[in-house]
Design a protein around this ligand. Structure first.
Ligand SMILES: Cc1cc2nc3c(=O)[nH]c(=O)nc-3n(C[C@H](O)[C@H](O)[C@H](O)COP(=O)(O)OP(=O)(O)OC[C@H]3O[C@@H](n4cnc5c(N)ncnc54)[C@H](O)[C@@H]3O)c2cc1C
Ligand SMILES: NC(=O)c1ccc[n+]([C@@H]2O[C@H](COP(=O)([O-])OP(=O)(O)OC[C@H]3O[C@@H](n4cnc5c(N)ncnc54)[C@H](O)[C@@H]3O)[C@@H](O)[C@H]2O)c1
Length: 630
């Protein structure tokens, strides 16, 4: 019987990060998947990033994960969204060449030392005789494998059912087997299982689209946009890009959908499970927003070597013939031919309240769950959990303290805190609004926030970490220098400011104060600094210069957010003993008592975020902890 330190079940976005983390840390790892060719498959939209999701990718990169690096090698388009908004919500969005992304990931896994890749379906998890410690897995091919840690990252595959209108097939994704037995292991452990659903859009043949009337959306080719601080600017700038195109649904599309609503498995009662509120199907959008007579659609190329074009925004489970009519009712697609039909998928998830902050199942030592199985939705959310499960399984094997991130230093922590503390009622996706610290958790400073952990854990090299320290030093030193340098009131400066920027100044103003004004960018201030003949360095890499500008322009907001963070930190620091007896408390609501008993929060901060626990309950709890009540 083969024996491993870690077994990872699933080679999707979560499983990949988990397996790379454990094997890179020197632990003998096996990763199981149903089909080898589909390692790192993007089930739906071949895109990574967008608001809050790009933040997650940059955090994954700062901790030494792979998603960002792989995207930098596999994209067909990169651009920044929300350029007119503040830096907290500005975000990178990249389109992948779907096949290249998956191939590059498979190559990375195959080249990894300490990692075996095995195509076999895991059918059950094995435990010690008391069912308290995981011991390994059994597979469909009748094999048994032993492991000290097991990470389950099976995505949408558990008892997956696929719907195209009234046509129903079993499957984890279209064309792939569903994983039918594994849920039984979770039921045996006494974990709560729920059922969620999601869906995907049709793909059409590029040759049948009339692009002439559609708005082109090219990528950014002048500035080096990338997810990983470990990719080179030259590498990303050298890559060719493809354009997306914008079109819209119209009244005819909407009428067609409404007239045949009984044909939608989502609306005729066939599917009753809960779908993603924030990435809804087109039928959901049209029923719920009846007053809107049009919705944006993006036509996104799936890669350089294919004619497949993905219709972003048209996720549907209507019958195939209606999907054709729907597509052809839209500008630019009047003669479009569908290559793959859209579908919905229904699958089992495990209620993530069963998990610890490390993503370990509380009841079973050594068993971790990561990705869509925990009720989240999205590649980035999955990858971030996979990485954290892989890191924590490794640290446990090394008898080291777990890595628990806090809501004030990452979106990763925000997501984990949300899914284990709040009862997830629908597929969970990340938003910037989910964080009260979003001004501090920008994608531009993910490396400054988290690289030290990546380095301490051993997933970032000294050289990679030094690069981040160099950025930090340059940013703080330059801010100091700019605040200590007077702009001066020479004629040359005054004329320049007035003529070029229509700005006037009084004597005594520093370069830092100038940069705080809306009319000036760091590039402008650099030019003015040259007149002042400054002796310090002012030219840096793009990311460093952007960071200096953000720090100075948003200093007031950032300071305020820091103060709020310090205040809340006190609640996080107030620990609750593991064996605290909630039952003896009086003056606290019944629901609160029950929820506290279920979740057993680690500290007052977490307790205060549990649904059903009120501020009054928290006051009582604090009094018990302080000994004022007993
Ligand atoms: C139809 C559809 C559309 C989606 N649309 C999008 C989208 O547009 N954008 C987005 O961000 N997210 C989308 N999602 C969600 C996204 O695919 C997931 O959130 C993400 O892929 C989850 O990653 P994961 O690693 O948890 O699982 P997955 O990527 O699903 O990977 C699961 C892996 O587990 C393996 N596996 C499963 N069971 C077993 C078993 N018993 N034994 C061995 N291996 C097993 C599979 O072979 C696979 O490798 C969509 C999902 C689906 C199904
Ligand atoms: N179908 C599913 O099961 C499922 C589940 C979870 C997540 N997702 C994915 O999660 C993401 C979240 O969706 P979202 O609506 O917030 O979009 P998004 O995060 O991709 O982009 C946010 C905004 O960016 C803009 N945008 C710019 N270029 C775009 C392009 N080429 N395509 C799409 N949007 C573009 C749109 O205005 C959109 O509102 C998407 O990638 C979606 O496909 C899908």
């Amino acid at each position: 019987m083969s024996s491993y330190d870690v077994i990872v079940v699933g080679a999707g976005h979560a499983g990949i990060e988990a397996a790379l983390a454990t094997s890179r840390k020197g632990h003998k790892t096996a990763i199981f998947t149903i089909v080898l060719e589909n390692i790192g498959q993007m089930s739906c939209n071949p895109s990574i990033g967008g608001p809050a999701k790009s933040h997650l990718v940059k955090e994954i990169d700062a901790l030494g994960g792979e998603m960002g690096r792989n995207m930098d090698k596999s994209f067909v388009q990169m651009r920044i969204l929300n350029t007119k908004k503040g830096p907290a919500v500005r975000s990178l969005r990249a389109q992948a060449d779907r096949k290249v992304y998956a191939r590059n990931m498979k190559k990375t896994l195959e080249a990894q030392e300490n990692l075996d890749i095995i195509q076999d379906m895991v059918v059950s998890i094995t435990f010690d005789k008391d069912k308290k410690v995981v011991t390994g897995v059994k597979t469909k091919n009748g094999l048994e494998f032993l492991a000290k840690k097991v990470i389950i990252a099976t995505g949408t595959f558990l008892n997956g059912l696929l719907y195209v209108g009234d046509k129903l097939v079993e499957g984890g994704r279209m064309g792939e087997l569903s994983s039918k037995e594994l849920t039984n292991s979770f039921i045996e452990m006494g974990l709560e299982i729920k059922r969620f659903k999601t869906g995907t859009s049709p793909r059409i043949d590029k040759r049948t689209i009339d692009f002439n009337e559609l708005e082109e959306q090219p990528g950014e080719t002048k500035i080096a946009l990338k997810y990983s601080s470990r990719s080179s600017d030259e590498e990303v700038l050298a890559k060719p890009q493809l354009s997306c195109y914008l079109t819209r649904t119209n009244v005819n599309t909407h009428n067609l959908i409404l007239d045949h609503i009984d044909k939608s498995p989502l609306y005729n009662g066939t599917i009753s499970s809960i779908g993603p509120r924030y990435c809804p199907s087109i039928e959901d959008k049209i029923v719920k927003f009846r007053d809107k007579d049009s919705h944006h659609l993006f036509l996104e190329p799936e890669g350089f070597d294919t004619n497949e074009v993905y219709i972003s925004g048209l996720s549907t489970s209507y019958p195939a013939y209606l999907q054709e009519q729907m597509v052809r009712s839209i500008k630019g697609m009047e003669n479009a031919r569908i290559m793959r039909y859209g579908y919905a998928v229904e699958y089992d998830i495990v209620n993530a309240k069963e998990l610890d902050y490390t993503l370990e199942v509380k009841k079973i030592k050594g068993l971790y769950l990561a990705g869509q199985i925990n009720g989240t939705s999205g590649y980035e959310e999955a990858a971030a959990q996979g990485l954290m499960a892989g890191i924590n399984a490794s640290l446990a094997l090394e008898n080291r303290e777990p890595l628990i991130l806090y809501k004030d230093n990452s979106y990763i922590a925000t997501m984990i805190d949300d899914i284990i503390t709040k009862e997830i009622q629908e597929p969970y996706r990340m938003f910037t609004a989910r964080s009260e610290y979003r001004l501090l958790l920008r994608e531009d400073n993910a490396d400054l926030r988290l690289s030290k952990y990546g380095y301490e854990i051993g997933l970032l090299s000294k050289e990679e970490y030094d690069k981040v320290l160099e950025k930090e030093k340059a940013v703080y030193e330059t801010i100091d220098n700019l605040s200590n340098t007077n702009v001066g009131t020479s004629n040359k400066v005054l004329v320049e400011l007035l003529e070029k920027y229509n700005e006037t100044i009084k004597s005594g103003i520093s370069l830092k104060e100038l940069l705080r004004r809306p009319s000036f960018t760091y590039q402008d201030v650099k030019e003015i600094a040259r007149y002042a003949n400054v002796s310090y360095q002012i030219d840096f890499r793009d990311d460093i210069e952007y960071q200096i500008e953000v720090f100075i322009k948003y200093e007031g907001y950032i300071d305020r957010a820091m103060k709020m963070m310090e205040k809340n930190k006190k609640l996080e620091e107030k620990k609750i003993p593991k064996d605290f007896n909630y039952d003896i408390m009086t003056g606290i609501g019944r629901e609160a008592k029950q929820r506290l008993n279920e979740i057993r929060p680690y500290n007052i901060g977490q307790a205060s975020r549990i649904m059903g626990v009120t501020p009054a309950d928290i006051s009582v709890l604090i009094m018990y902890l302080d000994g004022r009540l007993s």
